[in-house]
Design a protein around this ligand. Sequence first.
Ligand SMILES: Nc1ncnc2c1ncn2[C@@H]1O[C@H](COP(=O)(O)OP(=O)(O)OP(=O)(O)O)[C@@H](O)[C@H]1O
Length: 398
Amino acid sequence: MSENCNQTCSSCSDDYSEKKEQKVDFSEKPHELSRIKKVIGIVSGKGGVGKSLVTSMLAVATRKRGYHTAILDADVTGPSIPKAFGLNEKAEVTDLGIYPARSQTGIDIMSINLLLENDTDPVVWRGPLIAGTVKQFWTDVIWSDVDFMFIDMPPGTGDVPLTVFQSIAVDGIVIVTSPQELVSMIVSKAVNMAKKMNIPIIGLVENMGYFKCPDCDKEYKIFGESHIEQIAQKYNVDVLAKLPIDPKLAVACDRGMIEFYEGDWFDNMVKILEEDVEKKMKIAVASEKETVAQHFGHCESFNIFEVENNSIIKEEAILNPGHKPGFLPNFLKDKGVNVIISGGMGSSAIDIFNEKGIQVITGAEGSAKNAAELYLQGQLISTESVCHEHQYHAECGE
Ligand SMILES: Nc1ncnc2c1ncn2[C@@H]1O[C@H](COP(=O)(O)OP(=O)(O)OP(=O)(O)O)[C@@H](O)[C@H]1O
């Protein structure tokens, strides 16, 4: 070592064996208001194998287990997530940051299509601009209280997915393949990329492996025999799910109804993902004698349900402290509430809850506890009902 050594190896021209390998940290911090517990990247060797479909279905399957889930659509040149969820409104851009759009069952979604004026405009950008956009989806979007974020990665194992993996702290990847691909080569590339980036591989999903005849139940291997098990063995990874070709799936995507498609292929996989995510939340129901109140600000009390691992472990009723402008959303936020359920609610209260990252479900009725349980089962869909009645407008809207 030179006697003039100042330990700055990167700018030193001397060639010493002790010279330290420089590790450059490209990782970006999420927005300061974001809270994200687990990030899963969905990758594929090439486009069109069903990566976006698998991303969507994973978000839906985890949402059905009561988690707050999100999708970051990093497939900037071929964004198909908003269409699969039937999202028409744009993401809200504020001085604080960008708020993702929310699907009908409460999945937060960010995609380039939610920012473009016309979602049929082609995105003909080069790699660095694409990677920069994805980074902004991580750094500038406010992802509130997300248990699972699924990233629909750009297809392939090239420069763009690599930059995305360097910038975003991904906890694991899922590799999607279909039998007609050069599966072994593609899986080996994805495995090598994950190893280089030091990201655990959660496993493989085989899509379009077979078609089941609806008349005779016989299975046809449209794209030839599957070799997924041998490949999984070779690379020492698990096969997490095998999806058939199902025309109903394609129709559900085309009609924006993917979150209402019934399929259980991902149930086991969700259990694997759940293992180290501690799931605690609080649901508040605006109520009138244990029944969902129809006017949020005017309700008698809030039934607060504390949830752990999708089960209610504690409940209490708090009297409504009164309705001053903007007071109740702050009051419930201070109580640690993540979800508010009501019959109706004024638009300004909805906006404040949304800004605070609290999910609003309106249009509920019947027993307050039943509403909370339906929410946990993923069966309580918000009607987005807004109070306009003159009598209650002030109370519900403030
Ligand atoms: N198992 C399936 N059964 C029926 N249709 C499917 C299935 N998987 C995918 N599809 C359909 O195939 C098309 C391509 O799927 P998808 O967009 O998920 O692929 P992708 O790998 O994300 O493609 P890209 O990388 O180009 O975005 C979609 O129209 C989707 O609805």
